[in-house]
Write a protein that binds this ligand. Sequence first.
Ligand code: ADP
Length: 268
Amino acid sequence: MIQFQNVTKKYGDHVVLNHVDLEVNGGEFMTIVGPSGAGKSTLLHALIGAAKLDEGTIMVDGYDVTSFKEDALQEYRQKVGMVFQDYKLLKDKTVYENVAFALEVCGWKEEDIKERVYEVLDLVGMLDHEGKFPRQLAGGEGQRTAIARAMVHRPRLFIADEPTGNLDPWNREGILDILNKINENGATVVLSTHNRELVDKIKRRVVVLNEGRIVADKENSGYEVDALLSEAVEKVQEAEMAGELMGRMAEAIGSEVGDIEITEILEY
Ligand code: ADP
């Protein structure tokens, strides 16, 4: 469903995403973890076409998201559900109105809007709060409303960027239950988080990002990131040492190494 190919993003000299290759199949629940500043948000922003890339492409269902013009981008974003750490609710609208608004702007009829809004508010457990304004909501309730709004169009792809960052453990689990439900109903879920307990609970595919590179990619994994990270860093160091060795060998034999395998050189 999604293919990141050679995705590179820089801010000035700072390489934030470094030749990222990543595939996500339809129906997967993929969690992206990694330390703060690793590039998780940038990767997800790129996936909704909100970060201009320096190199690479992001294909979603066969379309290159990075080449979308404004109209196509708007249409694409309406098909993707997205929630953030700060819920981005409209302050002067009630819970009901915040969700309904997403359908109004697409020209839905009032009775259809009503039916669908109540359906999603029920799914996220917010029916009893439909008349409240964002300032009257507890954190978990704000995020539930944001999720209701994001799922109102029945997106096949649901992206959640640190959705539980501001929440206590009880509310974190509630949000996780909803994301699981969304996934069980067939949507692909891509979640970024640095919360250890949450990833341990999810136990699905975990991709570890560090300094803009994917350093580990594991199915049915818990957080285990310390282990995954050190394993990955060791591999990088080994590769660097191998690279150095290849360079030295090439110098010694006075030729370009090109794409000769290290084993061939060692055997030489
Ligand atoms: P994460 O989500 O893993 O914490 P981010 O994707 O938010 O990481 O950020 C990755 C790096 O990119 C950080 O070092 C951050 O400071 C930098 N960065 C993000 N957005 C900008 C920007 N608009 N301008 C300059 N640097 C940025």
